[in-house]
Write a new protein. Structure first.
Length: 325
């Protein structure tokens, strides 16, 4: 394994051992956690989606705190000799000389080294061979790369959103702006968001924690009848009223910190589902549409294009940027 004269790699391997134990604890405990919350969620299937949303938010918070409050269970022991340096050896002389045997056990005896024999390489003079790095270290490095990738993904898609908003324009339809203001008051917002119109997207979305913004696809208001347009706006404004732009960073952080954890993916997906169902419920109740009428509205919005353009991925979920469709 790691030579004793490579302290940096030795320290990294020890750190990876501690990390692997913690990762194992998070893996099995998060699996039990998701199973328990799934049972509770099924028991609440007749309750409001808003209640189930907060149930899964609690699960996401527990995931984030799990590395601190985990129960330690050791990993299965590895084969002997896999970890740690071998027994200490005595000094090795140059060819033609003799070197001492093990420093423990019987008394040392001289062993002749032929001129053609090659002495072992002193690993302190260079970087150790890749085979000397433990599997736990490689696993920890892979996790670090995955976390860095998720973080860079958010940054890239934030830039894509900025480019999208950069070519948007303020809505010049006074009827649309007035309708958004009236519905904002109806859902309980203190002030209406600014309304932008942009081409190249198929679905409306909201974004901006400091300055809430409603972004509408160009041509969508003309495509929908007044009742359908009201339901679409109510759905988006409900996201602002529920502060989804803020709370959805909780599962986002869980997915960033645990990119290879199945429980984080399940919890994030359930939160997105219950979030959309909760906003659908608000839109149907305040908009006066029944389930069939609201479903027709969704089909009309989604059916605008069978192949969503690239910018749409920037407006899907807070794993991309703090936006909500």
């Amino acid at each position: 394994m790691i030579p004793a004269d490579v302290p940096g790699i030795e320290a990294l391997d020890r750190l990876a051992g501690s990390w692997a134990g913690l990762a194992w604890a998070v893996l099995w405990q998060s699996t039990l956690l998701v199973g328990a919350f799934t049972l509770v969620s099924r028991a609440l299937r007749r309750s409001s989606p808003g209640l189930r949303y907060w149930l899964w938010q609690v699960a996401a918070v527990k995931l984030l705190l799990m590395p601190i409050w985990s129960v330690s269970v050791s990993l299965p022991a590895t084969a002997a000799g896999d970890d740690g340096p071998g027994p200490a050896r005595g000094a090795i002389d140059r060819p033609g000389r003799s070197f001492e045997g093990p420093t423990t056990g019987p008394a040392p005896f001289p062993i002749s080294v032929e001129e053609g024999d090659q002495a072992p390489i002193d690993s302190a003079r260079g970087w150790p061979r890749l085979g000397e790095v433990g599997w736990r270290t490689w696993l920890m490095l892979g996790w670090g790369l995955a976390v860095a990738f998720q973080g860079s993904r958010i940054v890239r898609q934030r830039r894509r959103l900025d480019l999208l908003l950069g070519r948007a324009r303020l809505a010049d339809d006074p009827g649309l702006v007035a309708l958004a203001a009236r519905l904002s008051d109806r859902v309980g917002l203190r002030r209406p968001p600014r309304v932008l119109v942009v081409d190249g997207i198929d679905s409306p979305f909201v974004c901006g924690l400091a300055r809430p913004t409603l972004v509408m696809p160009d041509g969508l208001p003309e495509l929908l009848d007044p009742g359908a347009l009201r339901s679409v706006l109510l759905h988006e404004l409900a996201h602002l009223r529920r502060r989804d732009l803020l709370w959805d960073w909780i599962p986002t952080l869980a997915r960033v910190l645990f990119p290879m954890l199945p429980a984080a993916l399940v919890v994030s997906a359930r939160i997105r589902l219950e979030r959309e169902l909760a906003c659908d419920q608000v839109a149907m109740v305040l908009g006066g549409q029944d389930a069939a009428g609201y479903a027709s509205t969704l089909v009309a919005v989604v059916g605008r294009s069978s192949a969503p353009p690239a910018p749409r991925s920037s407006a899907r979920a807070p794993i991309d940027v703090p936006t909500i469709p």
